[in-house]
Design a protein around this ligand. Structure first.
Ligand code: ADP
Ligand code: MG
Length: 194
């Protein structure tokens, strides 16, 4: 896709915000979902994810390839699981190693002059520590919304809060809940480390 064809942030953002639904997507995931990603969590640009109350874990560029059937920048929802161990040491608690709901932002990466997509994942769980370097599995099950125009930090925080609520409600349907126990997450044999 050429630069000129890229969709701008949604026009009429304010009216869109006013009527955002609580539950999105069909009763069960439809093609191209589920999309599976995995890799070691990398440091991002430190663009203040934590300041916004929304830390976002980054996967290596190569691991985003399965997402290439989807080129719509915006916010997606699904499940993620962080490996409890790093370098042979058990670091995360049992709770932290579970399959947890997540929201993922897919956007153009400024580091590559906005010519490549990058994905940032926020897991809906309060972690005690960072998990940089840990292997992370991500299952994308649906699409929430396009990129919006940010007039203020408050508006951004409000959108993120809405995204989390929408993701949780959308995942709390039988057609989605069952993916929490998908073999993708149970398979504990050594994962290819990207
Ligand atoms: P960075 O720019 O390095 O991505 P962030 O402020 O976005 O920095 O924080 C992301 C990091 O915070 C993740 O890589 C992870 O180690 C940690 N983290 C802690 N809690 C969460 C969470 N709930 N979801 C995602 N990452 C989290
Ligand atoms: Mg981040």
């Amino acid at each position: 896709m050429g630069l000129e064809e890229r969709p701008a942030a949604l026009v009429g953002t304010e009216s869109y915000r006013a009527r955002r639904p609580d539950v999105v997507g069909p009763e069960e995931p439809q093609k191209p979902f589920p999309i599976l990603l995995s890799g070691a969590v990398q440091r991002g640009f430190g663009r203040g994810g934590k300041d916004l109350g929304c830390p976002t874990a980054n996967l290596p560029d190569e691991s985003i390839t399965p997402m290439s059937s989807v080129t719509e920048p915006g916010v997606y929802y699904g499940y993620a699981q962080v490996s409890r161990e790093k370098d042979g040491q058990l670091v995360l608690s049992e709770e932290e190693g579970k399959v947890l709901p997540m929201v993922m932002s897919l956007g153009w990466n400024p580091f590559y002059k906005n010519e490549r997509l990058s994905a940032e994942i926020h897991i809906m769980h309060e972690f005690t520590n960072d998990f940089y370097g840990h292997h992370m599995k991500v299952m994308i099950l649906g699409y929430i919304r396009p990129e919006l125009d940010y007039v203020s930090r408050e508006a951004l925080i409000e959108d993120i809060e809405t995204d989390k609520r929408v993701a949780l409600k959308s995942l709390a349907r039988p057609g989605y809940e069952r993916y929490q126990s998908d073999p993708f997450f149970q398979d504990d044999v050594a994962q290819p480390r990207l």
